[in-house]
Every structure is written in structure tokens, then in C-alpha cells.
Design a protein around this ligand. Structure first.
Ligand code: ADP
Length: 234
């Protein structure tokens, strides 16, 4: 997909969604249609942001209601949804499993039965794009926080998902690494849904949802949504 390709946003439909862990209801009555290219999610700790994010690629299924991604219901087409929607965890250590950076990046391709040379060239392109070529033979655990986050991102983007969900991608990073990850998100060809406390990350976003106690209490362009959020936090 080149930069000249018309961007087609993923359509995310959330229909009467409720989610409970045991008896504890953490999301209630959520109805949304998201078709923007950049969507931010903010809210206090425990307001249900991560739970919401995990519903988007079928990692988690709603207790009731439906999540439909480009026409695919996460309850019925989980595998297709997981291929369509990539998920980058907050703590990249959760996503790092192999002895070298190169193997970690290539991991997701294993199930795809690609010819060896195609696989190698995809790995090469992605290592290059995220500035990881020079550390390819190192253990992923030896990388800096920012590099680990880029590695987690590379491992997801190599699969060319239509949409990428990020759960607090800059929380563990210093300012410089946070800017690097923010630049990568800005440059993505895909739809990005980003859960964050880093409000600067949301400057160029089209839509920001504010969560409070399991509900969406504001849904607006970033400036208005964030001022609503800041007011609520005072
Ligand atoms: P946020 O991302 O906004 O901090 P979460 O979605 O992580 O919110 O959590 C919402 C609520 O659900 C919190 O009270 C949290 O303790 C609870 N919770 C989250 N994950 C689980 C789980 N796997 N089992 C039980 N409770 C959970």
C-alpha cells in the first residue's frame, strides 16, 4: 500500500455493548459507529478503556451486545477480525517471545505459508522502516523501552492489518521515544484507535472518546473532548 492509495477507514460498530467481569459491570450501554482515521480514547484509570480496546479485535467478547468490524461480528468471525485488527499492548514485554529481534518481527508470518523469500523481504522492510535493522540479531530484552515498543508495533504491522489498536503506547517511554512512537502512529496508512493518557498524542486526531465509569461521556473533536475530560478530572 503506497502513500498515494486512497485511505479507506475501517468501520467499527459497537451495538448496545455491555461488559462484566463476573458481577462487576465495567462497560454499560455503549453504542458507537467509528469511521474516522484516528480515534483517541481517554478516561480515568479503571474507566473501561482497555476493556473497550480489547473488544475491538475479539481478544475479548462482549458480555452482551455486538462489536462489528467492517461487517464482521467478533463473536462469529473472530479469526478474520484478528487478522483485520492488530493490537499493540501497553507493555511490549508481553509481545516479545523469541531470542532475537528478527525472529520476533517474523513470528506473526509463520501461519501464513508465505514463500521464504517473500517472508524475508517483508521482515527486511519492516526492520528498516522502524529503525531496528542494526539490532536484528540482539535479544529483544536488551532493547530500550522505545525500541521495544517499535518492535511490538513492527510485529503487528508486518501483518498489514486494516486497523491498529494501541493500549497506552507511550506510557512507559521517555519524551524522545514517545515522540518517535507518536510519529509512527501519525504516519500509519491504517485506522488507529489509541488509548492514552498522553494528550499531546491526540493533537491531529479526528475524534476523541472520553470514558467515565464504563460509559462514553464525551465524544468530540480532540480540543473539545479533552477540555471536557480535564474538567471532569478536576
Ligand atoms: P482502564 O483501561 O480505563 O484503566 P480497564 O478496562 O483496564 O480500565 O478496567 C476497568 C475495570 O475492570 C477495572 O475496575 C478493572 O479492575 C477491571 N478489570 C479489568 N480487567 C479485568 C479482568 N481481567 N478481570 C477482572 N476485572 C478486570
Amino acid at each position: 500500500q503506497g502513500p498515494e492509495t486512497a485511505f479507506e477507514a475501517t468501520r467499527i460498530e459497537i451495538q448496545s455493548v455491555r461488559h462484566a467481569y463476573g458481577d462487576a459491570e465495567v462497560l454499560s450501554g455503549i453504542d458507537l459507529v467509528l469511521t474516522e482515521r484516528r480515534i483517541g480514547i481517554v478516561g480515568a484509570n479503571g474507566s473501561g478503556k482497555s476493556t473497550f480496546a480489547r473488544l475491538l479485535n475479539g481478544l475479548l467478547l462482549p458480555t452482551s451486545g455486538k462489536v462489528v468490524i467492517d461487517g464482521l461480528d467478533t463473536k462469529k468471525a473472530g479469526k478474520a477480525v484478528r487478522r483485520k485488527v492488530g493490537f499493540v499492548f501497553q507493555n511490549p514485554d508481553n509481545q516479545i517471545v523469541f531470542p532475537t529481534v528478527e525472529e520476533d518481527v517474523a513470528f506473526g508470518l509463520k501461519g501464513l505459508k508465505l514463500p521464504r523469500d517473500v517472508r524475508a523481504s517483508l521482515v527486511e522492510t519492516v526492520l528498516e522502516r522502524y529503525g531496528l535493522s542494526h539490532v536484528r540479531q540482539q535479544s529483544a530484552h536488551s532493547l530500550s523501552g522505545g525500541q521495544k515498543q517499535l518492535l511490538a508495533l513492527a510485529g503487528v504491522l508486518i501483518l498489514q492489518p486494516d486497523c491498529v489498536v494501541f493500549d497506552e503506547p507511550t506510557t512507559l517511554l521517555d519524551l524522545r521515544n514517545a515522540r518517535m512512537v507518536s510519529g509512527v502512529i501519525d504516519g500509519l496508512q491504517q485506522t488507529a484507535v489509541v488509548v492514552t493518557h498522553d494528550l499531546a498524542l491526540l493533537d491531529n486526531f479526528e475524534r476523541v472518546l472520553v470514558f467515565d465509569q464504563g460509559r462514553v461521556v464525551a465524544d468530540d473533536e480532540p480540543c473539545r473532548a479533552l477540555s471536557d475530560y480535564v474538567r471532569r478530572m478536576q
